[in-house]
Design a protein around this ligand. Structure first.
Ligand SMILES: [Zn+2]
Length: 413
């Protein structure tokens, strides 16, 4: 059985998909349930139908394209990713897993392979948090990690609810029906660009993902005492920004103190009020993201940050509030799938290594209901979420072929 990806076709279809964009090329912007998202979905559904896949959509717009296997009583295996794109992004994030997943199925079809288990290609709704402020919306609902009440509570900046927007996009039915039961899939494998530099730097073809880090994000609000920059004497100050600055440094120290390269903490936003050059800051707000693959270690960092906040509060006479935004647990990939991906890479003579995913993906949530693995391919300099994001057709082809071999092995057992 010779399974070969059609590289030219991958390139053409990724190019066509990139043309459905709210921003001019080479940038890609595709916000969930927007006109371009819906047109991209239509294009993909046409491709799914051309490959004789049976298409089903759920009430939040997750789309399942099925290649029927011989034993339809067995749980299928699945692959897939997302096609939404943050503002001013590139054309490969997510789409490589959708078009690559489709091409993996077509390559298997061309080779004459007949799957025992059905193979599903899943197009997840809104992996990016752009519209509703929460990432992995579709896969969260599939895994039961998000309650159906989110339909009314999640709103976009224009104040429209998830339910209003999905209905106007043509996705009806009860949101509660999106959830899949554990065991609904035998396995799930996602092909994705690395979004980091390790494969590109190491001139490697394939990253075999062993764990997916998950962010805990929270907001820190520091209230101090404002006043005239000339009139309030230094010993009398309770400067909210300086307290926040100390906290930001303590966050860095807490992440470094674990000694693990897998712990990262970022204070990516800082707002200072009232924000005038001649005014002592009365309030500061920090938005912080802490990630690790080890939940215990990540929670230890969070505890160290909380302790640092208490210390700063006492020393500087300010009040510090911590508001959690989100805290998903990290996930480990299933060992048999990790081994299958590594064996497929080895058999094709590809240079591969195991690695963790520092970005999070729909796989994080699929791992709650199915044995899950991820295949990474290199992207130039690790650049992602930018218009100059780039993965070569050859790299995508190699990832697609490893995915095809992996799906074939999983669908045969
Ligand atoms: Zn992605």
């Amino acid at each position: 059985m010779s399974v070969t990806a059609d590289i030219q076709r991958l390139r053409t279809e990724l190019g066509k998909l990139a043309s459905f964009s709210e921003s001019p090329a080479p940038a890609v912007t595709r916000v969930v349930f927007g006109d371009m998202d819906l047109r991209a979905r239509d294009y993909l559904k046409t491709l799914f139908a051309e490959a004789s896949l049976l298409v089903r959509e759920d009430p939040v717009g997750n789309t399942f394209a099925r290649w029927l296997g011989r034993s339809q009583s067995l749980p299928p295996v699945a692959t897939g990713s997302h096609c939404d794109a943050i503002p001013n992004a590139g054309r490969f994030d997510g789409t490589v897993g959708v078009i690559g997943g489709l091409e993996a199925i077509r390559a298997l079809q061309r080779s004459g392979f007949e799957p025992k288990r059905s193979i599903d290609l899943v197009l997840f709704t809104s992996e990016e948090p752009t519209r509703f402020g929460i990432g992995c919306l579709g896969s969260r609902l599939l895994a039961g990690a998000l309650d159906a009440s989110a339909g009314d509570t999640l709103t976009c900046v224009e104040g429209r609810t998830l339910n209003e927007l999905r209905l106007s996009a043509g996705f009806s039915g009860r949101l509660g029906d999106v959830q899949l039961s554990p065991g609904a899939y035998e396995a799930f494998v996602e092909l994705h660009i690395e979004q980091g530099p390790l494969l590109d730097l190491g001139r490697l073809d394939i990253g075999v993902v062993t764990a997916i880090a998950a962010p805990a994000s929270f907001r820190i609000i520091v209230d101090g005492e404002g006043g005239h920059a000339g009139a309030v004497l230094m010993p009398d100050r309770h400067d909210a920004f300086l307290a926040a600055a100390e906290i930001a440094l303590a966050i860095e120290a807490a992440a470094r103190a674990t000694g693990s390269p897998d712990t990262v903490a970022t204070t990516g936003m800082c707002e200072v009020f009232p924000g005038a050059i001649n005014s002592v800051p009365s309030r500061a707000r920090l938005d912080v993201d802490v990630r690790d693959v080890d939940l215990g270690r990540r929670d230890a960092v969070l505890a160290a940050i909380t302790a640092a906040c208490d210390g700063v509060e006492g020393r500087r006479g300010v009040t510090v509030r911590l508001e959690p935004i989100n805290a998903d647990p990290p996930a480990w990939c299933a060992e048999p799938i990790v081994n299958t991906i590594a064996a497929a890479s080895e058999a094709r003579g590809l240079r591969h290594r195991t690695m963790i995913s520092r970005a999070y993906h729909d796989s994080l949530f699929m791992s709650r209901i199915a044995a899950t693995g991820m295949i990474f391919i290199p992207c130039r300099e690790g650049i992602s979420h930018r218009p100059d994001e780039y993965a070569s057709p050859e790299a995508i082809g190699r990832g697609t072929e490893v995915l095809a071999d992996t799906l074939a092995a999983l669908a045969s057992s």
